[in-house]
Design a protein around this ligand. Structure first.
Ligand code: NDP
Length: 245
């Protein structure tokens, strides 16, 4: 059994990854996010797939460095070794030109997408020391490769994730840790609703005229990436809806 830690497991891509990997009966799950009730629902769904599945859930706000250190440092003994880290927690807030942008939105994106990913990685890497096949998967984005109108700060955070993925690959090479970036285009999750502060109509309008990816589409790719032999790493995968320019 390989232990996989998923940040932002309470929704969207993170939850879909847990569900997909549970179908393979090869993984046990450390699941974290801020919404514990959602994690409990996910655990019930995982148990329906595999009644023997092992899970441990805990509350984690990745923006809080002290909380990241203490929550990871105080995991039960049986959960202190990690094989796979999926750095998935992230968000976009607002879609405004820079001069109209809200500083609070900028802070939340930078603190979650960049600093949160760094904090979690810093404390999980030592937990991978005895792993047979350690692997970090970072959820980047097409927004980490290109910049689109009014995407300014979100795109900057995902460009930072792209740089950090490359940096991790170099820094963690000696420890044999694989590092993969998965960079989706539009995925229909709660992401768009979060971006528009709960405005469901505006969130839905984003997908007008195309079929977006689903969390499941990304989860199947994560499963494939994790199933490669020890000597094969998939460095970077850009995954787009066919109709997205
Ligand atoms: P969702 O909004 O469905 O899920 C985001 C997850 O991140 C939630 O589980 C949320 O959990 C968690 N999260 C947000 N803030 C924090 C925080 N401070 N601490 C801990 N967890 C947090 O969106 P997606 O599933 O679509 O997004 C997952 C990743 O994929 C993100 O990194 C996103 O940038 C990336 N991505 C998404 C795309 C899309 O179109 N959907 C496209 C490209 C990349 P909770 O609120 O319970 O803490």
């Amino acid at each position: 059994m390989r232990t996989v830690l998923i940040t932002g497991a309470s929704s969207g891509i993170g939850a879909a990854c847990a569900l997909e990997l549970a179908r393979e009966h090869k993984y046990r799950f450390l699941l974290c996010a801020r919404r514990l009730d959602r994690l409990e629902t996910l655990v019930q769904q995982l148990l329906a797939i595999d009644p023997a599945v092992e899970t441990h859930t805990f509350k984690l706000d990745v923006r809080n460095a002290d909380e990241v250190e203490s929550q990871l440092g105080n995991l039960p003994a049986a959960w202190q070794q990690v094989d796979i880290l999926i750095n998935n927690a992230g968000l976009s807030q607002g879609l405004d030109p820079i001069q109209d942008g809200k500083i609070g939105d900028w802070d939340r994106m930078i603190d979650t997408n960049v600093k949160g990913l760094l904090y979690v990685t810093k404390y999980v890497v030592p937990m991978m020391a005895n792993s047979e096949q350690p692997h970090i998967i970072n959820l980047g984005s097409i927004a980490g490769k290109e910049v689109y109108p009014n995407g300014n700060v979100y795109c900057a955070t995902k460009h930072a994730v792209d740089a950090l993925t490359k940096a991790m690959r170099i820094d963690l090479l000696a420890q044999g840790i694989k590092v993969t970036s998965i960079d989706p285009g539009m995925v229909e999750t709660e992401f768009s609703e979060v971006r528009f502060n709960g405005d469901k109509d505006r969130a839905k309008a984003v997908y007008h005229g195309l079929t977006p990816l689903s969390g499941q589409d990304i989860a199947e790719i994560v499963s494939f990436v994790l199933s490669r032999p020890k000597h094969v790493n998939i460095n970077d995968l850009l995954v787009m809806p066919t109709a997205q320019a």
